[in-house]
Design a protein around this ligand. Structure first.
Ligand code: HDE
Length: 680
């Protein structure tokens, strides 16, 4: 077994088919003699109904598509494992959280929310971060996002929210974007959205990579231990590479140059054997402390500040294997927050409660009936037995006479299990009250945490949020909606709302911001860890380079795990005068500066010098405007001096004796914000 094999991968093996080197047959196994021509009465005559091969092939093709997910349609997944490093036995009975060292196979699907299945990946949106743990006690699904709060508080509003954010129904525009009238009309008229909108306007909504974003279970769940003692919990997953983001112009350029940017990044890194890791942890609150906070812990528009409730990390998530077939695995995987194991339970969060219905329901339509749990990617790795029978595409062949409980003919089996035997027993929460359709008073503060988030941002992050608001609300055609948004966000920050009012041409707001001065440093991406590992450098190179210089620099980048693309005027290889050869794997027209974290400008000669120089200057200008580090080799000085980039922080020259070391540090830093390139 290599490192990426586990019980789930083994379970999938009998279903994996390799058609290479085989004979072409029908689905009945009949060998095919002709796959080029349908059966006709005469070479130019009518096609015959008798042609079963034609009919089977076309019919199957006609039925290849299934409905895309109503939300989170655009997604990408990989296999991996979860390894427990601290026992959580004290808090939960969950079998996979008992013994340190226990490994559990996992499957993670990342997604955007609003866009269709074929939409670009670097759009401004929340990212889904759904994990299926194939535990020995059944599948546990942690169906989270990369933002810790949500737009609404009660599930009954989800269809309204989704209708508002999706493309507008009369003209189906815009695709995969919240920058339009209906979303902002919804926001202003449903002010529980305020906190989440602050996150959506922030850099969190344009992650650099699936490998570099936080994950959150969002809802408050429960851990319950063997003795039946419960704690409220919130799940957190943190990437070991730190959480990093794109900047808006870059994200927009990437959406055009490589709409598959995020999946390509994940797929390539796993293919290259690079380490993709996150730590999994929980925040915990004792049952007795339920009402100790100035927010309601059942309200999914609120987070628990880490400074108040620290995260206890207990295990490591690793992704290490790409799927064999995206449809069979990534598309057919069916997540459901209701898939839990003993020791993990729900709370009365009204958003969570609605999800417990929705996910099962949606799979029935999407996967065509109740047997979707038998699809290989969805099967648990532990045995499963019950009296459910039949339905479309049933795979199991259940033997015997009995398919009911209780029975005597099969000795009352399959039989139930007690809590001690691993049976799922719902937490015996005490409930009382009147049946009522209402929102708790404790859910009504929509602005304090929105302001807490704003207070926690660095000046650069605040600038990005202001710009995002100006872009998004600036796209809204209705002046009344623009005014309502300005009047709403004055509650969060007066200066922000005033600037927005000016930018979107509406009256200055008259309200006041809420009186909250607290901040939570953990919310700022400024404080995230920074490493050079797996960041991508484009080496812009022509003929006549200094072989030794380039070789040494590239070697030191590779040593730190930096990924390098050699970008020339044409594909093939280039040689310097000492015979050092480099193989060009991208050209200045197949790629773009936005797709790199950093550039190394080697410069040199090319067949069409004028074009080579002007393409290189465009690359340098773009990287410079996007605040990226740029390394300049001795042969690159001339072209660099002809660009708009100016020497300063994050610009490193090969003539400096510590160049390689400093360049690697600058790559890890990723951005050098003090360049005077933007005013807005
Ligand atoms: Fe989902 N959500 N959701 N959601 N959600 C779906 O299930 C729904 C919510 C999330 O990669 C759907 O299989 C309701 C919060 C992820 O396959 C659907 C409500 C969070 C994914 C559905 C929410 C999420 C989904 C669409 C409000 C973060 C993708 C297809 C009550 C904690 C999973 C499907 C994947 C997918 C319903 C709110 C995360 C329709 C009704 C909050 C990551 O069932």
């Amino acid at each position: 077994m290599n490192g990426s094999e586990n019980e789930k991968i083994e379970q999938l093996q009998p279903y994996i088919v390799d058609d290479t080197g085989t004979k072409l047959t029908t689905n009945q196994g009949l060998k095919i003699a002709d796959d080029e021509n349908s059966l006709k009465a005469g070479v130019r005559g009518p096609t015959l109904l008798e042609d079963f091969h034609l009919r089977e092939k076309i019919t199957h093709f006609d039925h290849e598509r299934i409905p895309e997910r109503v939300v989170h349609a655009r997604g990408y997944a990989a296999h991996g494992e979860f390894e427990l490093y601290h026992s959580m036995k004290e808090f939960t009975k969950a079998g996979f959280l008992q013994e340190p060292g226990t490994k559990t196979p996992i499957f993670i699907r990342f997604s955007t929310v609003a866009g269709s299945k074929g939409s670009a990946e670097t759009v401004r949106d929340v990212r889904g971060f759904a994990i299926k743990f194939y535990t020995q006690e059944g599948n546990f699904d942690l169906v989270g996002n990369n933002i810790p709060v949500f737009f609404i508080q009660d599930a009954i509003k989800f269809p309204d929210f989704v209708h508002a954010v999706k493309p507008e129904p009369h003209n189906e525009m815009p695709q995969a974007s919240s920058a339009h009238d209906t979303l902002w009309d919804f926001v202003a008229n449903n002010q529980e959205t305020a906190h989440m909108i602050m996150w959506l306007m922030s850099d969190r909504a344009i992650p650099r990579s699936f490998r570099m974003m936080d994950g959150f279970g969002v809802h408050t769940f429960r851990f319950v231990n063997e003795e039946g003692i419960a704690k409220f919990i919130k799940f957190h997953y943190k990437p070991r590479l730190g959480a990093h983001s794109l900047i808006w112009d870059e994200a927009q350029m990437i959406a055009g140059h490589d709409p598959d940017f995020h999946r390509r990044d994940l797929w390539e890194n796993i293919e290259h054997g690079n380490i993709v890791e996150y730590d999994l942890g929980v925040q915990m609150i004792d049952e007795k402390d339920e009402f100790m906070f100035d927010f309601d812990i059942l309200d999914a528009t609120k987070l628990w500040p880490e400074e108040q409730v620290p995260i206890r990390f207990f295990g490591k998530i690793t992704l290490n294997r790409n799927v064999d077939n995206v449809f069979a695995e990534t598309e057919q995987v069916a997540f459901h927050p209701g898939n839990v194991v003993p020791g993990i339970d729900f709370t009365n969060d009204p958003l969570l409660q609605g999800r417990l219905f929705s996910y099962l329901d949606t799979q029935l339509l999407r996967l065509g009936g109740p047997n979707f749990t038998e699809i290989p990617i969805n099967r648990p790795v532990c045995p499963f037995h019950n009296n459910q029978r039949d339905g479309f595409s049933r795979q199991r062949i259940n033997k015997g006479q009995v398919s009911y409980h209780k029975n005597s003919l099969a000795n009352n089996t399959p039989s139930t299990s007690t809590w001690k035997e691993g049976g799922y027993v719902h937490y015996a929460e005490k409930v009382e009250g009147r049946v009522i359709q209402a929102r708790s008073e404790s859910f009504k503060d929509h602005f304090s945490q929105a302001r807490l988030f704003w207070n926690s941002m660095s000046p650069v992050e605040k600038r990005h949020i202001r710009n995002a608001f100006k872009f998004e609300v600036g796209k809204v055609k209705s002046e009344s909606v623009r005014q309502q948004v300005v009047d709403m966000f004055v509650n969060v920050d007066k200066a922000l709302a005033k600037e927005l009012a000016y930018a979107v041409g509406v009256k200055q707001p008259t309200g006041e911001q809420v009186d909250v001065s607290a901040s939570s440093p953990a919310l700022s991406l400024e404080n995230t860890p920074k490493y050079p590992y797996t960041l991508k450098v484009g080496v812009l190179i022509g003929e006549g380079f200094s072989g030794k210089e380039v070789k040494d620099v590239v070697k030191s980048l590779l040593k730190e795990g930096v990924s390098v693309d050699i970008v020339g005027q044409h594909l093939g290889s280039l040689k310097d005068s000492d015979g050092v050869k480099v193989v060009v794997n991208q050209t200045l027209v197949t790629t773009n500066a936005a797709l790199f974290d950093s550039l190394y400008i080697v410069g040199g000669k090319a067949g069409n010098q004028k074009q080579f120089d002007s393409n290189m200057i465009e690359f340098i200008n773009t990287a410079y405007q996007q605040y990226k580090p740029i390394g300049v080799a001795s042969t690159g000085m001339d072209i660099f001096s002809r660009s708009d980039a100016k020497p300063g922080a994050g610009i490193l020259f090969g003539t400096n004796p510590n160049f390689s070391e400093d360049f690697v540090k600058a790559i890890a830093q990723q951005r050098f914000w003090d360049r005077d390139v933007y005013v807005t």
